[in-house]
Design a protein around this ligand. Sequence first.
Ligand code: TXA
Ligand code: MG
Length: 339
Amino acid sequence: METLLLNAKNTADIETAANILKNGGLCAIPTETVYGLAANAFNAKACSNIFKAKGRPGDNPLIVHICDMDMLCDIVAEVPEKAKLLAEKFWPGPLTIIMKKSEKIPDVVSANLSTVAVRFPAHPAARKIIEAAKLPLAAPSANLSGSPSPTSFEHCVHDLAGRVEGIIDGGICEVGVESTIISFAGEKPVLLRPGYVTLEQLREAIGEVEVSHAVLEKLEEGEKVLSPGMKYKHYAPKAQVTLIKASSKDYIKFVNEHAAKGVFALCFDEEAEKLCVSTVCYGSEFSDEQQAEHIFEALRKIDESKAEKVYAHSPKITGVGLAVYNRLIRAAGFDVIEL
Ligand code: TXA
Ligand code: MG
């Protein structure tokens, strides 16, 4: 299929993207977190094509994107009080809230769960496209299943050209990691995926928030999970990655002692010049926001390199660092060395 390459700076291209979506097609769109591969959330056929285009397992549900609170009322059965508080505080923005779904949401979107994940993105282009289409949009990250989430137009073209009707360029995604996901499916709110909206901020807003153990730990074989996406080995680079938990000094010493052909360091900016192996940096040691912005780009760079073995310096697990750690530990297949 021919893929239309569009630009969010052109009003006509926003209209074209909206028309693709209204007609049941797929279009990759920018959001502040990562690019999403969007379809009309009420069109089961269009949504099932998302799974085909990405090679995504059918039991992994999609997030529905909205541009106002009226759309929310249409897609959920009820909004719990604490979810309302979070929506007031963090929407539009990089937070996804899981609630009981309304009957209008097709089963293919929720992968037969009784809940739906909802997000109100802040990115102006995403909002313009939803407004122009006048439809809630189901959209997972716009990568091929198993690749790092796309944070640029070029990443989307690399993964999806020829597989979808359109891709619209909205520049680089500022946040760089996918949205924080909190679930109100059970009695207590549970953090399913950490992101730019931090656990600390959520707790400050609504009090107690549990953390799904899949955020930091490997699932047991066959374990039942709250979020199906957690079972899949996401973001897996071709090279074998080990996460190193250590001070900068000890990390540098360890990597230099293990220098060999094919060994790479996925490190902080400040460390590169002290390392005697090839390096890919993912931001300053002192900025978890910068690390989030660059982590997926860095993982793609590693895939394009000749790396066979990668020693990644672990970020801190507080604030936005928890989100970066969560992605990296999956890229490392939970292989961690603590020095
Ligand atoms: O920032 C983001 O959230 C991006 C942009 C495009 O909005 N989207 C994104 O979607 O990351 P995706 O599909 O790559 O990740 C969605 C995650 C998956 O792990 C999925 O299993 C989980 O959300 N999820 C979706 N609906 C759910 C539900 N009803 N219950 C539990 N987990 C759900
Ligand atoms: Mg994804």
